[in-house]
Write a protein that binds this ligand. Structure first.
Ligand code: UDP
Length: 259
């Protein structure tokens, strides 16, 4: 079998021929802001990295019958907790974080549309000049029309993260799954931190209860319990590895499925 990770994005070898159809029809993809940055070039938003992610998403939209919404974080620019730790008012610091997500959302939209994928940014904070307001029914309509929807500004409320925003939006639009793309080189949920414990093992599947009981730091706890309470499966995978978005959407068994 072709190693899909070795094939360039967009090549016919990019997706292993598993013969499987995508498992999900409506999907929310959560990516951290840091997935758009580059440590090597020192860029906060690296156009080449954003372009690679956009190319994969556009290819997945062309090849699979699926509706795709994205929630992007803002951690490459600002995190509310960091400002608060330095003595700032938390709500203001979080507002800065939410605005950071809008910058990332616009970067992603631009990259997606440059490769021909119609995209709408729906913001939880009103900023009519650059993004539509978040309206649930409008988001669903955009998805039905084949547009990629990017949810920006989190939930519009401080004291939350974009993991929780992604979980909430996924539930609201009745997505089949939340895909949580990691950027730290960890390709799923492990029994312990694999960077510290060499003998840590990766789970193919794990229950929400076990993620909570074992205190496995996959997403923030609010997001995990929300997904559990609302029976929303979460697939954790390494978004930085080329073609992994395609492989995940193709239904390949990569990462860890939390149910
Ligand atoms: N944020 C918020 N409310 C939300 C979502 C995000 O206040 O509903 C703020 C919060 O300060 C957070 C920042 O936006 O630190 C950026 O989001 P996040 O840290 O989740 O980004 P990521 O780590 O995914 O890049």
């Amino acid at each position: 079998m072709v190693d899909p990770s070795a094939a360039p994005v967009g090549s016919s070898e990019a997706i292993a021929d598993t013969g499987r159809r995508p498992m999900w029809h409506r999907v929310v993809l959560k990516m951290s802001g840091e997935a758009l940055a580059s440590s090597s070039a020192g860029e906060t938003v690296d156009a080449a990295v954003v372009g690679r992610i956009a190319a994969e998403i556009a290819q997945a939209k062309r090849e699979f019958d699926l509706e795709l919404a994205i929630v992007v974080g803002g951690g490459n620019i600002w995190r509310g907790t960091e400002g608060a730790a330095a003595g700032m008012d938390r709500a203001t610091s979080d507002a800065m974080g939410m605005l950071a997500t809008v910058i990332n959302a616009l970067a992603l939209q631009e990259a997606l549309e440059r490769v021909g994928q119609p995209t709408r940014v729906l913001s939880a904070i009103h900023m009519a000049e650059v993004a539509e307001p978040y309206i649930r029914r409008r988001a669903i309509r955009h998805l039905e029309k084949g547009r990629v929807v990017i949810f920006a500004a989190g939930m519009g409320n401080p004291y939350f993260t974009t993991d929780t925003s992604a979980a909430l939006r996924a539930a609201e639009i009745e997505a089949d799954v939340l895909l949580k793309g990691t950027h730290s080189g960890v390709d799923g949920v492990y029994s312990a931190d694999p960077k510290v414990h060499e003998d840590a093992v990766r789970y193919d599947k794990i229950a929400f209860m076990d993620v909570v009981a074992k205190d496995l730091r996959v997403m923030d706890l609010t997001a995990v319990t929300f997904c559990k309470d609302n029976s929303l499966p979460v697939l954790v995978f390494d978004i930085m590895r080329p073609n992994n978005i395609l492989r995940t959407l193709a239904g390949e068994d990569i990462g860890t499925l939390i149910t």
